[in-house]
Design a protein around this ligand. Sequence first.
Ligand code: SF4
Length: 387
Amino acid sequence: MEQKQWGVYVHIPFCRQKCFYCDFPSFAGRERYMEEYVRALCQEIAVRGSSYARRWGNPATIYIGGGTPSALPAALMEQLLLAIGTVFRPADAQAEFTVECNPGTVDAAYLAMMRIHGANRLSFGVQSFDDGLLRRIGRIHDGQQAVQAVTMAKAAGFSNISIDLMYGLPGQTLAQLKASVGQALALEPAHISIYGLQLEEGTAFARMQEMGKLELPDDEAVEEMYDYMTEVLPAKGYERYEISNFARDGLASRHNLSYWQDVPYLGLGAAAHSYLEGQRWEAVAGIPDYIALIQAGRRPCEPEEPATRAIAMEEFAFLALRTAAGISRQQFQQKFGCSLDSVYQKAVQRLSAKGFLIDDGDAVRLTRLGMKYGNWAFEEFLLTEEE
Ligand code: SF4
């Protein structure tokens, strides 16, 4: 058997209510499907999961995301964790097994149960500790629940905890953001992710914006918030290893890094994406559709249109540029059989001249300025089909 570096993603498409900014594949009010969904998911884990585990050995990382995995009742979460534990064992001492949690959905017993069944990392969608702001963005928890959830998780034996924070929210001030960052730091998580609000089509916020009912901080205020976070977190010992992600003590998320580093992953569940043997796959998003396909013994996912060589190069460049390690010349050469400079020399020169890129000969990586204006930098890495 070939021992390969690979990851597993498991998607839970349920949420108690839909946050006003969210366009992820998740649904509120579909609790009636939970039991059947978990049964189908366990079947997919036993069939597709086992087949890859037999060929490639155990995955380096497992990530249960959503949606809100912790919206599953404890008995269903336990059933899922048992199914995962039956098929996949930790690949090594650093094997990472993350569960995304909403602070409003966990208690001490739930957290202890997940720890017993092998989860060793939790990612809490906190977003803010400000109750007014949390209500305004449609979150179901308050600041106190977030503090309690992280404290209980530590007591349950989780030392690797991540907190997500958002900036640029309606009505958010720099002072509020500073208070939330301060509260997050006081909880001493291993990892902090920061996300600027994006107005996505089909969300409640996008509709409010169309009706002129959404008051967002202006660009200058958002920039101040971004600058504050990207300065204060490294100063407090959180290394910025990716545009939006900071970790202390080397506890960068191995799973997320694998997405940016071209490592294969198997996605299980509705709407899950996979990247296997150079091919991307996407599962059906509808919960009943997914259940029906699994019950009929059919594969719930279809291969995406294969990427052209130019698109594959762009994707590789974009993903690698997000990380502090940047684009490795050696990896580019290995993957595409040609040098990075034969394709991107001009882009690298132009962006280096603007102070957006550092080129150390082995790799090219974004500077702090480059990360701030990442979208402009990425545009330079777009190719025409002839390139
Ligand atoms: S909890 Fe997460 S996945 Fe669910 S609606 Fe809110 S942001 Fe989206």
